[in-house]
Every structure is written in structure tokens, then in C-alpha cells.
Design a protein around this ligand. Structure first.
Ligand SMILES: Nc1nc2c(ncn2[C@@H]2O[C@H](COP(=O)(O)OP(=O)(O)OP(=O)(O)O)[C@@H](O)[C@H]2O)c(=O)[nH]1
Length: 888
């Protein structure tokens, strides 16, 4: 490089020497010329050698035919920029040697010979021949050249160049100095447009220049007959698109001019930063808008939709919408709904409110809780997984017609002997095997009290055996059983029992059955009637055959591979084993370790015992098993479900327990002494449950005995619990469960008990004289109680310190624990949970000042009227009595 430079006459000492831009241009030209031409040849390269249309494109694989021969390496990479456009344009005296170098002064050093314009290859066929129009004094006829494929000919339209102007080509600007030649507006002047004729430029603006005239000479299409002005500066600069990818690929190194331009840009950027952003004041000004003006108000169109899944409280809706509850309440008021913050509003109202307030609303299906999902689990099974299962048979019939005896005979075991009084008291379940096929029997109780349970029994069975004693015939319970079986859609097989008896009359039974829609087969009907004798064990095989036949006809199937579900058929609490629950698996398989839910009870199956007393690990469809491991005793007839994990089982059970408790509370209804009489009259109260708490055992007993003597014919006083000491929360909970009233004698409820009583609406009656309590209860029972006054607790204070002052008495330094205490309120002194004094205050002071009241969290000093036996730690309860309106 040093040698070349020296040859070119540039004075350089070392590789660190700096070069003038002109020298660089000369050097480049020299080197390029050397590359392109044959070393042996001096002079310009032949057009075909330079990649003209006649030759093949060479240089770096660029499509020279598109961009013009010999120009590719010199395509400038300047970004479109106003400043560049604004630079004064110098009229070149000769055609510049190459695109992008017209601004350079001719180098004094020897230059490669210029390529004459005529010698240059022709532009792409779409473009007309280049014309040296830049020399013409009449500028406004130059269209913006477009090097990309575009509609050829005179209709090629330049980019938008300003407002349309009527008339032909504009005359040169008046007083605008020497006429300037027109230059192409840019190399990439926007997408081709349908030919509309050239548009004139904005009036009053001089024609703008951008780019190099050489390019225009080489590639500009000839303007249409209408001519066109170059586009206005600002618009043009915006309209210039980025260069095509091909050009990017041959991006040459930055020229000196480009480097300067880049440097200037960088300098400008820094100056801008220093001036604006770097300045603290400006930094503040440039902070995000939210910081300057608070949170941005999101316009309704940008707000996320409010998702509603069901009814919700006003507060919840406000939270979801991100507005204040008051706004929702206001909107509701406009809609004529007066609502409080915690009031629940339905989805429809919520939608109206949200939409009125400019929110979009999305209503989504509520997510189901595990319990609901459990119930939604499909009962249907895939047919290929179904397997035949044993039929479940229920034995129904009138009392003493021999149901148990028949089952006993069938499974050849004595059950009657173990039953109390010889009457079946529960549903028992057994499985028998006949002809290698299993049959499950449920023994339903024949007693009237179990009608409901029997009805359940009928529903879970596949076949009903109706036992009718041949000597007794159809009885009311027989008819009832028929109706239950029919309602459940269960096929009935009639077992005419006790045919061994001399007075047995099977035909009479059949006759009676026809009256209830059961016509025996031999009489032309479809009811199978089998004469049996449970005592003599005759006819049993025929009966079992008939059961299997009916089961076969009904194609009983189940899927043993799915999660188990079934019914609790019997449950009891065993002292040693805890809850023992007999279940009938209907579908799926129960295995030891599975998690079950039945009603409000849940279970991890600890062990299973079959009807023969054997421990089993699995129980498939139609199998009755005793299950150990339940948390509590579920009700007979309750459905059970297997759940995947204990957590889910527990969750469902707890939820059901809570629901059950709420229902119980609702159903039992809290009773107060005031409404005892009306309830007695309504007949809803036949017993008055009481809980008695007293200060000493003796008083409690005396009170209980006296109260129990108050029982009348209509209502009986029932003592739920009695005890000594303060009324506690557990007393209140017990009262809530039993619907009892609490009678307190010389005792008080503690804080928790009082809160619980308010919550659970438990009536607590406090007395200091036994006969007052008795009078009240007596009056309540006879409807004479007139509750016109009610005690209201104002506040509580604790005695923290005692000061004994002669002639004044005992001063109690107190701290108000809750509520407020007032000078004229009644006060009770409670020592160890027992009321030791009930009276009034004689003074109430804060420091040395007499005050009317002291509120929670403050200390005070007080003395009591005619009572000085007060101790540190005593509780003082302040109360007042208020008149209450009796409700009719
Ligand atoms: N002669 C005779 N007596 C029978 C027959 N089957 C049952 N008994 C008697 O009828 C009485 C009642 O029999 P159970 O099997 O207890 O009748 P049940 O229908 O189960 O009665 P509940 O359990 O009260 O509903 C018993 O004394 C049996 O001995 C029979 O086929 N022939």
C-alpha cells in the first residue's frame, strides 16, 4: 500500500500516516482499475468485462444488470437523511467517474481513464436510455428514478411529490438564483405505482436534490410527457425505503464521507444527551408519564375484560374491576338497587353494572370443586371394559313372611338366631354361589320403621324377591314392596313361602298379586312365581335359577377397572374397630389403601372383610364388604366414591360436614326462652333443652332439680349439661348443637362464649337468684314471659391495681379491655368467672378528673357503691338495660 501511495505521489512515511480523502479516492481508483483491467492492457475495460448486459455479472455475485454496470462496488450506503438532502448541490462539470464520488475534486494524481457515457452498458431494458438531463436548465421534468422493476415507459410514476398542481411543467423559480439541475430524489424511491403521470411539486419550493446525478444519468427513466418535479424534501426522505437485500450484500466499506457523517451523527447524539437527558431537570421531564402524572387512566378499550363466574359480592366485583366499591354501589343505585359492600349480586346485575361503567365482561364457567367433579364423573363405561357382574338381589316382603328364613336357607347359615327379637334390624348383605355363579343378596328389614331404607335397597338392586307367605297372602307391606320395586324398575320374582304349611294357598297369593299388576307366568303373565319353603328348604334351586335367568336377560355388566363407587348398606360404630361400614360396590374395585368418601365421612380403607368374615384386599362390582377406616359412621344408603387422594377425600367430607351442620342449625332453629311458648303451641317444641352452669355444685343441682320439676304435659325440661364455673365457648357450642338455652347462676360467659353466643344465636340467661330463673322458665313454658327489657353489655375492664384509701374505700385502677365503660352503667364484679357483686359506680376518674366514660384501651380509676371487696385481676362488666319491642 505504501508503495502504491508513493507511486501515486502521496507522501506517506509509515503505515500510521494519515491520508487525505482525496488520496484515498485516488488510491481506490487506482486499485480498482488494477483489479478490473488486464494487467497487460492499459485503458478502460471493455464493457463486457465490467459486467455489462453483454457479459456475465461478475463482481461478488451481484446482479449488475439490475443496478448498472460498474457501479456496484460504489453504491453508497448513506441512510436517507434530511441533512444530506439539504446539502447544496454542485453541478458537476463532467460525468463523475463513479457513483458516490462526484463531490470529490479531481485528483491531481494520474487517474484511471474515465469511462465515457456512451461506452457504458445500456441500462436495464425497462428503463429508457440515460439522458444528461442534469444539465438542462428546466428542471421539473425529472421523475424519481427507480431501480427496481417497475412499469416501464412514460407511465412510470415517481413517489408522491407534493400537492398536485394544475398546469404543465413548472417554470424555474423566480429569484432563486441560477437554475439547478434536477437530480434523482433517491435511489430507492418507493414502490412502483400505477402510472398516473408525473405529479408537480409543491409550489414555491425549489427542486430538491438528493443522491448523485451520475446515477440519474445512468439509470433514470425518462419522464412521461407530463413531466414531474422531484418530491418535496421532507416527504421524499420519508418515502425512501431501505435498499434491497442485494445491495446490502455488497455494502462497501464506509467511505470517508460516510465516516464523517457517522461521526457527526454520534456527536449530535451525544450533544442531545448532554443537553437533554443528561440534565437532571430534563431527566425529570423525561420520566415515564405515570411518574409525572400518576397512574395512567386505562381507556375502556384497553381494559382487560372482567371475568365473572357466578354471583359475587359488591366488594368482589369492585376488586375485579379495579374500582372502588362505592362506585359500584353508586352504579347499583342508578339501577335502582340499594346494595351494601358485602351484598351479593347476581351475574346479570354484575354484567349490567360493569358494562355501564365501560368494562367488557366475560362470563366463564365456574371452576368446579372436587365434590362437583366427583358427581360429574360419568357413570357410563367403555363397552370393551365391561364385564358381567353378579346380580344384586333384594328380598322384600311383609313382616314375618320369612325373608330372613329364606336367605338363611339359601346361604345355609343361621342369621335369625343372632337377631334381637328375631326381627331383622338392618340391611345385611351376603353373597352366595350357585352353579358357579355368584348372587348378592341384600336382606331388607321387614319392619315398618325401615321403609325408607328398604326403598333405597330396592334402588340398588337388580332383582327383587318378593316374599309372600302362602298362608297369609298379600299384606300392606307386600303392596308397598311391589310399588317400590316397580318404581325402581326392578324385575320382581315372587317367592311364595311357607308352602309346607297346611293352610298354604299359593293360588290365592297369585290371585291377590294380579290385583297389583303382577300376573303369574302360568296365568299368562310375565311374573315368575316360585313356591318355596324356607323351613324345609324346598324350591330354592328353582328360585336361584330364576334369579340367574333374569340377571342374564338383563345383561348385568360393570367395569372393575375404574374408580370404585357404590352404596353404604349398613354402618355401625364398633367399640374396638371404630366405624364398620358395609358397602356394596356397584362399579369399579375397592382395594385396601383406597380413599373413599361417603357423605360427610371419608376413609382410607384399612381393611375389608367379606360376608364370610374373611379379610379381602379387593372388592369388585356387586361385592358386599365391610370396610374399616372410615372417619365417622356414614348413614346407610349414602353413596360412596373413590377419590385419588386423601386430601381430596378429606376436603369433600369437611365441606359436607359444614353443610350438614348449617342445615342442622337451620332446621333446629335457635330457641330462646321468649319463643318457647309459641313453639310449644306450634307443636315444634316438645322438649326444652337446657344447659345449667352455676358457681357451685350445690346451686347447680338445686337449679336442675327445680327446673326439671317444671316439666308439663306439653313440654318436658330436658337437661343437656350441667356444670360449675363460667360459661365457656364449648357450653355455647353444645347449646347451639342441641338448640338449648343456657341458664347461668352467679356465673358469666367469658369473652369467647359471648361472641360464640352472638354468632350462634344461643340464648344465655343469667341469674343471681334461683327462683328468678325458675320463674322465667315457668313463665316461658306457660307463655307468660314478657321480655320487654334486654341487657346490653357496654364494655369490660380489668382491675390492674388496688388502692385502699381511708374514708374513700377501695379504688380500682382499671384498664378498659373492650367497649366502653360509663359512669351511670350497671357493673358486675367477676372474680374467677363468678359474679361477686352487681351494682353501680360511685366515681369514675381519669387521672384527677371525673369523667362520664372511658373507652377501650384507656386506663381509669373507679370506686363502687357500697362494695370494697375488689381484687387485682377481677373483671368488671358494664351493662345497661334497654327496652325491646315484642314481636307479634
Ligand atoms: N312353616 C314355615 N315357617 C317359616 C318358613 N319361613 C319362615 N318361617 C317362620 O316365619 C317366622 C318369621 O320368619 P323370618 O325369616 O324372621 O321372617 P322375616 O320376614 O325375616 O321377618 P322380619 O325380619 O321381622 O321382617 C319364623 O318363625 C320362621 O320360622 C317356612 O317356609 N315354613
Amino acid at each position: 500500500m505504501l508503495k502504491v501511495l508513493t507511486d501515486l505521489g502521496v507522501a506517506v512515511k509509515s503505515h500510521m500516516s494519515t491520508l487525505d480523502p482525496e488520496d484515498i479516492v485516488r488510491l481506490r481508483e487506482h486499485l480498482n482499475a488494477g483489479k478490473k483491467g488486464d494487467k497487460s492492457r492499459v485503458g478502460p475495460a471493455a464493457p463486457e468485462e465490467r459486467g455489462g448486459p453483454a457479459g456475465q455479472p461478475r463482481s461478488r455475485g451481484v446482479k449488475l444488470s439490475q443496478y448498472g454496470p460498474g457501479l456496484v462496488d460504489k453504491v453508497p450506503q448513506r441512510p436517507p437523511d434530511k441533512r444530506l438532502i439539504e446539502r447544496p448541490f454542485r453541478v458537476p462539470t463532467i460525468l463523475p467517474p463513479a457513483f458516490g464520488e462526484e463531490v470529490k475534486a479531481p485528483a491531481p494524481a494520474p487517474k484511471p481513464p474515465e469511462i465515457p457515457v456512451e461506452a457504458r452498458p445500456a441500462p436495464p431494458p425497462a428503463a429508457p436510455a440515460p439522458q444528461p438531463e442534469q444539465h438542462r436548465p428546466t428542471p421539473p421534468t425529472r421523475p424519481v428514478p427507480d431501480r427496481r422493476p417497475q412499469p416501464a415507459g412514460p407511465h412510470a410514476r415517481p413517489p408522491y411529490a407534493g400537492r398536485p398542481q394544475s398546469g404543465g411543467p413548472r417554470p424555474p423559480q423566480a429569484g432563486g438564483g441560477p437554475p439547478r439541475p434536477q437530480a434523482p430524489a433517491g435511489r430507492y424511491p418507493g414502490p412502483p405505482r400505477p402510472a398516473q403521470g408525473a405529479r408537480p411539486a409543491v409550489p414555491g419550493r425549489p427542486p430538491q436534490h438528493r443522491g448523485r446525478p451520475g446515477v440519474a444519468a445512468a439509470g433514470a427513466p425518462h419522464p412521461g410527457p407530463g413531466g414531474a418535479r422531484p418530491p418535496a424534501r421532507g416527504i421524499l426522505s420519508k418515502a425512501i425505503p431501505k435498499p434491497p437485500a442485494e445491495l446490502e450484500a455488497v455494502k462497501p466499506d464506509k467511505s470517508v464521507g460516510q465516516q464523517r457523517f457517522a461521526d457527526k451523527k454520534e456527536k449530535d447524539r451525544r450533544t442531545h444527551w448532554d443537553k437533554n437527558v443528561g440534565n437532571k431537570e430534563n431527566r425529570l421531564r423525561l420520566r415515564p408519564k405515570e411518574k409525572q402524572h400518576g397512574p395512567r387512566v386505562v381507556p375502556p378499550s384497553e381494559r382487560k375484560p372482567v371475568v365473572l363466574t357466578g354471583s359475587l359480592t359488591v366488594k368482589d366485583l369492585a376488586e375485579r374491576m379495579g374500582v372502588k366499591s362505592a362506585e359500584i354501589i353508586k352504579q347499583l343505585m342508578f339501577l335502582g338497587i340499594m346494595a351494601t359492600i358485602n351484598q351479593e349480586i347476581d351475574v346479570e346485575t354484575a354484567v349490567v353494572v360493569a358494562e355501564e361503567m365501560g368494562f367488557r365482561v366475560e362470563i366463564k364457567e365456574r371452576e368446579l370443586d372436587p365434590e362437583e367433579l366427583l358427581e360429574l364423573e360419568p357413570e357410563e363405561d367403555e363397552p370393551e371394559k365391561l364385564q358381567s357382574r353378579p346380580p344384586v338381589v333384594t328380598v322384600l316382603g311383609h313382616v314375618d313372611h320369612g325373608k330372613t328364613s329364606l336367605l338363611d336357607a339359601i346361604r345355609d347359615a343361621k342369621v335369625t338366631a343372632t337377631e334381637a327379637g328375631g326381627i331383622t334390624q338392618h340391611i345385611g348383605a351376603y353373597q352366595v354361589k350357585y352353579q358357579q355363579k355368584r348372587i348378592t343378596f341384600l336382606d331388607t328389614p321387614g319392619h315398618e320403621a325401615f321403609t325408607a331404607m328398604r326403598a333405597r335397597g330396592a334402588r340398588i338392586t337388580d332383582v327383587a324377591i318378593l316374599v309372600v307367605a302362602a298362608d297369609d297372602g298379600v299384606k300392606p307391606q307386600t303392596v308397598e314392596a311391589i310399588n317400590h320395586a316397580k318404581a325402581a324398575g326392578v324385575p320382581i320374582i315372587v317367592a311364595i313361602n311357607k308352602i309346607d304349611k297346611p293352610d298354604a294357598n299359593p293360588d290365592r297369593v297369585k290371585q291377590q298379586l294380579t290385583e297389583h299388576g303382577l300376573v303369574a307366568e302360568e296365568w299368562g303373565g310375565d311374573t315368575i312365581c316360585v313356591p318355596v319353603s324356607a323351613l324345609q328348604k324346598t324350591g330354592l334351586d328353582e328360585l336361584l335359577e330364576m334369579i340367574l335367568l333374569v340377571a342374564e336377560m338383563n345383561e348385568l355388566k360393570a367395569n372393575p377397572f375404574r374408580s370404585a363407587r357404590g352404596t353404604v348398606i349398613e354402618s355401625q360404630l364398633d367399640k374396638g374397630r371404630g366405624p364398620v361400614v358395609t358397602v356394596l360396590v356397584e362399579n369399579g374395585t375397592v382395594e385396601v389403601g383406597d380413599f373413599l368418601v361417603a357423605g360427610s365421612a371419608f376413609c382410607r380403607v384399612r381393611a375389608m372383610i367379606d360376608h364370610k368374615g374373611r379379610r379381602v384386599k379387593k372388592a369388585g362390582p356387586s361385592a358386599p364388604v365391610e370396610v374399616l377406616g372410615f372417619s365417622e359412621v356414614p348413614q346407610a344408603g349414602e353413596r360412596f366414591y373413590e377419590v385419588p387422594e386423601e386430601k381430596v377425600a378429606r376436603q369433600i367430607a369437611l365441606k359436607r360436614q359444614e353443610r350438614k351442620r348449617q342445615q342442622e342449625l337451620k332446621a333446629s332453629g335457635r330457641i330462646s326462652l321468649e319463643d318457647v311458648f309459641s313453639r310449644i303451641q306450634e307443636g315444634t317444641v316438645k322438649e326444652l333443652p337446657l344447659i345449667v352452669k352455676a358457681d357451685v355444685q350445690g346451686s347447680a343441682e338445686a337449679m336442675v332439680q327445680s327446673l326439671q320439676r317444671l316439666s308439663t304435659e306439653e313440654v318436658k325440661v330436658q337437661l343437656i349439661h350441667q356444670g360449675v364455673g363460667a360459661i365457656t365457648e364449648s357450653d355455647v357450642n353444645l347449646a347451639a348443637l342441641a338448640g338449648a338455652i343456657i341458664i347461668g347462676f352467679n356465673v358469666r360467659p367469658d369473652v369467647n362464649a359471648r361472641k360464640a353466643a352472638e354468632r350462634e344465636l344461643v340464648d344465655i340467661r343469667l341469674y343471681q337468684v334461683i327462683y328468678e330463673a325458675l320463674d322465667d322458665v315457668k313463665a316461658a313454658l306457660s307463655g307468660l314471659l314478657e321480655p320487654t327489657y334486654r341487657e346490653v353489655i357496654l364494655g369490660r375492664a380489668q382491675v390492674r391495681q388496688i388502692f385502699k384509701v381511708s374514708r374513700v374505700g377501695t379504688i380500682a385502677g382499671c384498664y378498659v379491655l373492650e367497649g366502653k365503660i360509663t359512669r351511670d352503667a350497671g357493673v358486675r364484679v367477676i372474680h374467677d368467672g363468678k359474679v361477686v357483686h352487681d351494682g353501680r359506680l360511685s366515681s369514675l376518674k381519669r387521672f384527677k378528673d371525673d369523667v362520664r366514660e372511658v373507652v377501650q384501651g384507656y386506663e381509669c380509676g373507679l370506686t363502687l357503691e357500697r362494695f370494697n371487696d375488689i381484687h387485682e385481676g377481677d373483671q368488671l362488666e358494664f351493662y345497661t338495660t334497654e327496652e325491646i319491642q315484642r314481636e307479634l
